[in-house]
Design a protein around this ligand. Structure first.
Ligand SMILES: C[S@@+](CC[C@H](N)C(=O)[O-])C[C@H]1O[C@@H](n2cnc3c(N)ncnc32)[C@H](O)[C@@H]1O
Length: 219
């Protein structure tokens, strides 16, 4: 495993999990933008039991598949009945197994050791969005919708840079939505003040380019 990759401390499990309010916001966006969606994949998935349950309950999903480099997380997901592959998000042959999925969430670690405290800037995240789109779009020619989950401090300059990278690989991919997700819950369900959690960039070859900016706050 590369020295640069951040993997969670398995005794602090909640940091490998997305909070339920962000999951709910993602489902709402999928219901609105891609109501007939049948397949979703998550790269750098962490514990994806919550997403998987929400997708199955609220969307017409037939296939879900995760990918994580940490074997303990992969085992955990599999024990919960989730298809999950162990491998590196930048490995072309591994990623080839995800090309048929209509939506791919790319959610790399956004803090040191996935601890949720020492947050990384967009340019510090590894594996980076730039490297990931080079393999997925440039090498493999993926067609569909790619949601890059980025740090909350991601700037419009970072977004413009990534958009440029993506278009250099595939002109058909545009930026549909910049989504700021807010939450009052941690991954382990503890209450906090309303906080911006992530900047999600919804790139797609099937949705029109709009550069729409939206904020979702917990209901
Ligand atoms: C923060 S967690 C999952 C977050 C979740 N995807 C989300 O949407 O919030 C990030 C996961 O990425 C995994 N990871 C780190 N480097 C990776 C790599 N190169 N390939 C695949 N998974 C990786 C870690 O083991 C960790 O479980």
């Amino acid at each position: 495993m590369s020295q640069d990759y951040q993997v969670p401390d398995l005794s602090k499990w909640s940091f490998a999990r997305t909070n339920p309010q962000t999951v709910d916001q993602r489902v709402r966006l999928l219901e609105e933008l891609l109501p007939k969606i049948e397949s979703i994949a998550e790269i750098c998935c962490g514990d994806c039991t919550q997403q998987w349950q929400a997708y199955r309950q609220r969307l017409p999903i037939r296939a879900f598949q995760g990918l994580d480099i940490e074997p303990g997380i992969v085992d955990f997901n599999r024990r919960h009945g989730i298809r999950c592959i162990c491998g590196d998000a930048l490995d072309k042959e591994v990623l080839r197994q995800f090309l048929a999925f209509e939506v791919i969430f790319f959610g790399p670690p956004l803090s040191v050791g996935c601890d949720g405290y020492q947050l990384l800037a967009f340019r510090e995240v590894v594996p980076s969005c730039g490297d990931f789109v080079r393999v997925l779009l440039g090498d493999l020619g993926y067609v569909g919708t790619l949601v890059c989950i980025c740090p909350k401090t991601t700037t419009i300059g970072d977004i413009t840079w990534l958009h440029h990278q993506i278009q250099s690989h595939c002109q058909d991919f545009g930026l549909r939505l910049i989504h700021y997700t807010y939450s009052t819950l941690t991954g382990s369900g503890e209450e906090t003040e309303v906080r911006l959690k992530y900047t999600e960039l919804w790139f797609s070859s099937v949705l029109a380019e709009q550069w729409e900016v939206r904020e979702s706050k917990p209901i």
